[in-house]
Write a protein that binds this ligand. Structure first.
Ligand SMILES: [Zn+2]
Ligand SMILES: [Zn+2]
Length: 260
């Protein structure tokens, strides 16, 4: 049997209270086989490296979350050196979050630009976090020519027009559990429009558990609920959505083809 496995394109394994072996076993039982363990600060680097060494289907990124940018000044040199390691497949999560830290705009923007420059140096894609900062995020991506590497608009909650602009810059649109929420009708319309060839699914665990687990601690196994919900929404087979989103993930990161 050649079962295609889902990919959780954005999770924070080190923030989960359960040990990684158990988390991954539960995910595998739910048909989730690949994971991008996303960095939010550089101090996590040794832990991320260790997890990659221990668990083959786990990939890692390196970066500083926009909400931590002001407290953790860095440089393009530091980021690109860390990002050049073979187990690191992307830069981020980076971007802009004016919702939680509106006072840090200048530091966030500088840190975002540094991540883009480092990504271009090592030729690896970007993982972009954008909250209440759509215009500036797109403007910086354009100004810094992020289309040279592309990446992922993670936990996407914007409208179709923003999705189109991001896709034009070579970015994939990654949907999280938010799309399954009853109130997310506008986002569900956007998910209907985003082609499967440009789509990824994620948990952002331990945050944002999808229905029917809303309010609980999220974990990578639950990405299956996100995938099932979108498959129903788009009237496609779950197997098709699984194959396409996993293939997208491997293609974006230049990973050797999974057997699909
Ligand atoms: Zn984020
Ligand atoms: Zn995240």
């Amino acid at each position: 049997m050649n079962t295609v496995l889902l990919t959780d394109s954005h999770c924070h394994l080190q923030m989960l209270a359960i040990d990684t072996a158990t988390v991954l076993a539960q995910a595998q039982a739910a048909g989730v086989g690949y994971f991008l363990n996303v960095s939010v600060e550089l101090d996590e680097y040794p832990a991320l490296k260790q997890t990659c060494a221990e668990f083959a289907p786990v990939f890692a990124s390196v970066g500083i979350h926009p909400n931590r940018a002001a407290n953790q000044p860095t440089s393009v040199e530091v980021l690109s050196e860390l990002a050049s390691a073979p187990h690191i497949i992307a830069l981020g999560e980076t971007g802009l979050d004016y919702f939680r830290n509106p006072a840090d705009r200048v530091e966030q923007q500088q840190c975002f630009r540094q991540h883009i420059a480092a990504a271009k140096q090592v030729n690896k894609p970007l993982i972009v976090h954008c909250r209440e900062a759509t215009r500036d995020t797109l403007q910086i991506l354009r100004a810094e020519k992020a289309d040279a590497v592309g990446g992922i608009m993670h936990c996407f909650v914007e409208d179709w027009e923003t999705a189109q602009q991001a896709m034009d810059l070579g970015f994939y649109i990654s949907f999280s559990g938010i799309v399954t929420f009853k109130s997310a009708t506008a986002l569900q319309q956007t998910a209907k429009q985003v082609p499967l060839s440009k789509m990824l699914v994620e948990t952002d665990s331990p945050y944002l558990a999808p229905m029917p687990h809303r309010g609980q601690k999220n974990q990578p196994a639950y990405v299956r609920h996100v995938a099932e919900f979108i498959a129903e929404l788009k009237q496609v087979d779950l197997t098709e959505l699984t194959a396409q989103t996993t293939q997208n993930f491997f293609r974006l990161h230049g990973l050797p083809d999974v057997s699909l």
